[in-house]
Design a protein around this ligand. Structure first.
Ligand code: NAP
Ligand code: ZN
Length: 350
């Protein structure tokens, strides 16, 4: 067994502080990665503070982080496709049963036995898995991804969660040319949703609570912006959208958003507020509208997304921070004060 420096929360109310964690000695099919950058996803905050206790309670200590890029430092004898010195990435999953129909179809995110990168039972060491706010990680080769060579590494890290979580539903619902698409919430997920929907050829509108983000929305690829706090603006756009992707992290009025959809329009939730949303039946009955959800993506689609980003020069807009600033970054994230993803430079932990 090896050990690694990390940052962990010890309780829902304590700040993240340094902790030394165990990492397994690599098996023959494992890839050992020195972590260079790790994004800060809002899910890290929900989990560190045990806000999802009703669905997946947090075990402490928790080391968050599932937007990981780094360099390979060791490969097991059975590893194919990765060599020491290669760039490599790890997202939200580090294992699954690999035998169920979902795994066989490359939809590991639906596997009943999937293992999240942090806060999931660790079958190798016992205890729970520890995420990317750390120096290194050891992952089976099936759950390691190739990083396009032409992209900035810090900007790649958020693709591993914010990227795939928005890419997957936009692809699944065949968003493209001729469609009016709304991205709700311009944060880490939302700004990637704008970039992808724009790249897929849709007419893209950002629906935001932050008037100050208007200019950025256009720069990121939006054709229009709606301020959701303005009832007259919302009313003017009622019944005009084919598809909405809701990335909002906190309680909000989903009925007001559903009212923006055309007949047969579709809203997919990827945001995961702790408090259940209240959906009025009539918001769906009127216009035969559909409401759905989506969670990350499988390994093949995550690789497809990374390759797409390499071909189209897409990365996240990031603010790189030292690990010592992680608690301040959490507070700013909660105030929607980040353009548009914090990424930890793990060299500051060494
Ligand atoms: P984020 O960077 O904090 O962005 C969330 C955005 O939501 C904010 O920037 C803000 O955008 C908007 N917002 C915040 N509070 C709001 C409120 N009270 N009312 C209306 N809008 C509000 O978070 P993120 O990392 O993108 O994550 C977003 C959510 O997705 C989180 O709940 C996270 O846990 C979840 N998530 C889900 C998956 C999945 O697989 N489904 C994966 C990753 C994350 P504006 O300033 O533009 O209004
Ligand atoms: Zn995430």
């Amino acid at each position: 067994m090896n050990s690694a420096k990390a940052y962990a929360a010890q309780s829902p109310t304590s700040p993240l502080t340094p902790l030394t964690i165990p990492r397994r000695a690599p098996t023959e099919s494992d890839v050992q990665i020195e972590i260079l950058y790790c994004g800060i996803c809002h899910s890290d905050v929900h989990s560190a503070r045990n806000e999802w206790s009703a669905f997946m309670a947090t075990s402490y200590p928790i080391v968050p982080g599932h937007e990981i890029v780094g360099r390979v430092t060791h490969v097991g004898s059975a590893v194919k496709g990765y060599r020491v010195g290669d760039l490599a990435a790890v997202g939200c999953l580090v294992d699954s049963d690999r035998t169920c129909t979902h795994c066989q179809a490359g939809n590991e995110q639906f596997c009943p036995n999937m293992v999240f990168t942090f806060n999931a039972p660790d079958s190798h060491l016992g205890g729970m898995t520890y995420g990317g706010y750390s120096q290194s990680i050891v992952v089976d080769q099936r759950f390691v991804l190739r990083v396009p060579q032409n992209l900035s590494l810090a900007g790649v890290a958020p693709l591993l969660c914010a990227g795939i979580t928005t890419y997957s539903p936009l692809r699944h619902h065949k968003v493209g040319k001729g469609q009016r698409v709304g991205i709700v919430g311009l944060g880490g997920l939302g700004h990637m949703g704008v970039k992808f929907a724009h790249a897929f050829g849709a007419h893209v509108t950002v629906i935001t609570t932050s008037a100050r983000k208007k200019e950025d929305a256009h720069r990121l690829g939006a054709d229009a912006v709606i301020l959701s706090s303005q009832p007259d603006e919302m009313a003017r756009h009622a019944g005009t959208f084919d598809f909405l992707l809701d990335t909002v992290s906190a309680d909000h009025d989903i009925n007001a958003l559903l009212g923006l959809l055309k007949p047969d329009g579709h809203l997919t939730l990827v945001g995961a507020p702790a408090k259940p949303l209240e959906v009025a039946s009539f918001s769906l009955l009127m216009g035969r509208r559909t409401l759905s959800g989506s969670i990350i993506g499988g390994l093949p689609e995550t690789q497809e997304m990374l390759d797409f980003c390499g071909q189209h020069g897409i990365t996240a807009d990031v603010e790189v921070v030292p690990i010592q600033s992680v608690n301040e970054a959490y507070e700013r994230l909660l105030r929607a004060d980040v353009k548009y993803r914090f990424v930890i430079d793990l060299s500051t932990l060494r």
